[in-house]
Design a protein around this ligand. Structure first.
Ligand SMILES: [Zn+2]
Length: 414
């Protein structure tokens, strides 16, 4: 395949962008209306820089158009439908044509190849229920490369280690939270990492500090590779590490921008801001200037690996109200909306925090007891809290524990 010059690459991206805008404008009333508000037509965007003229999309827009309002193709062309937790009462639904799935398969394979995965590998996937969609994408991508795949299934730590050992797994796709649990379990049970064939771990879901990566390398004797993804598009391999520091973004299919989350202005390379993504090839579910809430900065220097793909550094922290638990993004406002529905009254005083118990991350919610929750039967109240926690966990894909407090209480650091 001929290597494209920067100009040719940018021309290709511009053509894909124009085609995406035309498709979205023609088929999705939401996009048509918003371009109309700005008095813009797709043909007005004649350079990549002019993408800045277009309005930004937020997560809330996805739930507002539940279930199929943002699809740009008829339902008969959809071959897969994914659900992700939204930011309000509705989940986010995304759809894929057969061609879309082929592209995601290619992008996942690209990220796995960069991590050194080959057709000789046995790749095991261990992702929490909230990231099950990504499990399917990694399975498809790895199978397309010819690797042997052990698909995602919820296993205990003991079973996970048994499969790692007996099936001679060489590559593991998981979250940093699970990788940490695995390390602790192996240490506690005196399992020598050399009993395993594991060579590499691909981590997804959240940025991981270098200290944690070092710890995994030292304790599990593996290479660690970070992938960046969004559950809304999805997928899981929007950006990936190549081994030279930073992450390559698959910008031939997803165009990135960094904006100031307050002024919403586009920032130049090197400046820290919020990552905004525009899909260039997604047919069923185009996203135009979608605010991810993730913080990043572009790395302008060409990469030593020779890849022409744009590079970024994925930074900790968020520009929105979401927290990341076991790699899954949870919206404070969504949880509050859920509690309001479940309890019949708004709970502005509830506090939420990510906590760990026995190595497992969960969402801890503290509610203040007042007359709106008062019950002469304390058992009824406890039952209500357990039921509410279980239903919420089912909706957001992570474990939830709700506790009652007598007055506002902040959690101690631990
Ligand atoms: Zn590189």
């Amino acid at each position: 395949m001929p290597v494209l010059t920067i100009e040719e690459k940018n021309q290709l991206k511009l053509e894909r962008l124009q085609s995406t805008l035309n498709r979205a404008f023609k088929n999705v009333p939401f996009h048509r209306k918003r371009l109309g508000i700005y008095n813009l037509m797709p043909d007005d965007i004649v350079s990549l820089k002019e993408l800045e003229k277009l309005p930004l999309m937020k997560r809330a827009h996805l739930g507002d158009h539940y279930p199929y309002g943002l699809f740009a193709v008829p339902l008969r062309d959809i071959v897969r439908i994914h659900t992700a937790p939204g930011t309000g009462a509705n989940p986010s639904i995304s759809g894929y044509t057969r061609a879309d799935l082929m592209i995601w398969q290619k992008l996942v394979a690209r990220s796995l190849e960069a991590a050194g995965v080959t057709s000789m590998d046995i790749l095991q996937i261990n992702l929490p229920p909230g990231l099950a969609n990504w499990g399917r994408d990694y399975k498809d991508g790895a199978e397309a490369m010819g690797a042997g795949v052990i698909p995602n299934s919820p296993l205990s730590l003991a079973k996970t280690v048994m499969v790692l050992r007996d099936y001679k797994t060489t590559a593991l796709v998981t979250t940093s939270a699970f990788a940490e649990q695995l390390t602790e379990y192996m240490f506690d049970n005196e399992i020598n990492p050399n009993e395993l064939n594991l060579k590499r771990i691909v981590l997804v879901g959240e940025p991981v500090p270098e200290s944690k990566i070092e710890c995994l390398r030292d304790h599990l004797h593996v290479d660690v590779w970070l992938n960046y993804g969004l559950s809304e598009i999805p997928g899981p391999a929007i950006a990936f590490e190549c081994g030279c520091g930073g992450m390559h973004i698959n910008d031939d299919h997803i165009l990135p921008e960094i904006i100031d989350p307050v002024t919403l202005e586009t920032l130049p390379p090197g400046q820290k801001g919020e990552l905004v993504l525009t899909t260039l090839s997604a047919r069923a579910f185009p996203l135009i200037r979608f605010r991810t809430g993730d913080m990043a900065r572009f790395i302008a220097k060409p990469c030593e690996c020779g890849s022409p793909l744009i590079k970024m550094e994925w930074l900790p922290g968020r520009s929105d109200d979401m927290m990341v638990i076991s790699g899954i993004k949870i919206s404070h406002s969504q949880v509050k909306a859920y509690l309001k529905d479940a309890l019949g009254v708004e709970r502005p005083d509830c506090t939420m925090e990510k906590r760990r118990y026995g190595g497992t991350e969960f969402l801890s919610i503290a509610l203040v007891i007042d007359e709106s929750l008062f019950s002469d039967e304390i058992k009824n109240l406890e039952r209500l809290m357990i039921h509410t926690g279980e239903s919420l966990a089912e909706q957001i894909g992570v474990a939830v524990k709700i506790t009652l407090t007598e007055k506002y209480q902040s959690f101690p650091d631990n």
